[in-house]
Design a protein. Sequence first.
Length: 201
Amino acid sequence: MLLDQFLVLIESIGIKPFILVTKTDLATEDEIEKLEKFKSIYEAIGYTFKLISTTEPQADLQTYLDDKVSVIAGQSGVGKTSLLNTLNPDLLLQTNEISKSLGRGKHTTRHVELVQVKNGLIADTPGFSTLDFRNIEADELGDYFPEIRREAQYCKFRGCKHYKEPKCAVKEAVENDEIAPIRYEHYVRFLENIQNRKPRY
Ligand SMILES: Nc1nc2c(ncn2[C@@H]2O[C@H](COP(=O)(O)OP(=O)(O)OP(=O)(O)O)[C@@H](O)[C@H]2O)c(=O)[nH]1
Ligand SMILES: [Mg+2]
Ligand SMILES: [Zn+2]
């Protein structure tokens, strides 16, 4: 859910996302199997999705980041800074183990800083704990789900929000398994969230 929320925000500002699942050295075989299923869902949408671990060098990621300006973002403690240290061992950026009592990161990175990996620049960022859709309107939400955006042109009604409207191509695509139900469920939750938000004056 947090990932989909994040993807919506990233799409809304026109940045190309690259999804990384970190610390896969800690995952069990069952967990890896589950992650592979998510990987195929996101790849079918058109996203790049990679399972990584800082116990291994990340040569192809280095190449991907070369000559670009990127931002690495995610919850506190997921290993953003550790990954940058792996990509460029000269950086020696500070990292911290996650808090045992709280079960989450300690907000070690406290400011945004651009660091170099090959000829690319990457902004390390502080971990966030919540995201909100304050700047996104109900009628644009579907644009930020690429698979919904693609189907929306076939909906019977212009301005269809793919919610309670009849003859909705998006809902049909969910029923036919062309759109992952979990993605559509999140779309509906975000939509309801936006529709229930207090109006701003
Ligand atoms: N086992 C394992 N541990 C990792 C991996 N990557 C990071 N860690 C550990 O996870 C902890 C948190 O890493 P950080 O790099 O500080 O996390 P962060 O995302 O930068 O956290 P904030 O700066 O608080 O947002 C550290 O103890 C790292 O050693 C990994 O691939 N495998
Ligand atoms: Mg950090
Ligand atoms: Zn529709």
